[in-house]
Design a protein around this ligand. Structure first.
Ligand SMILES: [Zn+2]
Length: 135
């Protein structure tokens, strides 16, 4: 099976300010970050679309114990965001003091930006990934 949208191309588009996703021609659901199949129905007839970079925080985690290689980044906040167009996406919330994070974050409007994360043992080099800030 071909990847319609590789993580590399997704990452590259992010650095240019474009969030890409895959729209399922079977059910209309949008999946981002890209996967092999539609997250909703498992369909494989997908087309690359630009996704609006707006959403709301669904939940969050305050990370104080870092994964290997990321010890100098803690503490930080990871949010799960539901984008206005439907996809659920995770990433760092950047414009907040992690110590002040509380339940008021849930439901806040955020917009999607990006940050370059250095490669580690789990990824093949520097990659742009989505990050979120209040909008
Ligand atoms: Zn689908």
């Amino acid at each position: 099976m071909d990847y319609k949208l590789t993580f590399k191309d997704y990452s590259k588009a992010l650095t240019k300010g474009t969030l890409l996703g895959l729209k399922c021609k079977t059910c209309g659901n949008i999946t981002t970050p890209p996967k092999m199949t539609c997250q909703e129905c498992g369909g494989t007839d997908l087309e690359v679309v630009e996704v609006k970079k707006k959403g709301k925080i669904v939940t969050f985690t305050n990370v104080s114990v870092a994964p290997e290689g990321r010890q100098n980044e803690v503490p930080y906040i990871i949010v799960l965001v539901r984008l206005d167009e439907g996809p659920w996406i995770m990433g760092n919330l950047i414009d907040i003091d992690p110590a002040s994070a509380n339940m008021d974050l849930i439901g806040r409007d955020v917009s999607v930006g990006f940050k370059i994360f250095p490669g580690d043992k789990f990824s093949p080099g520097d990659q742009a990934r989505p990050v979120f800030s209040f909008s």
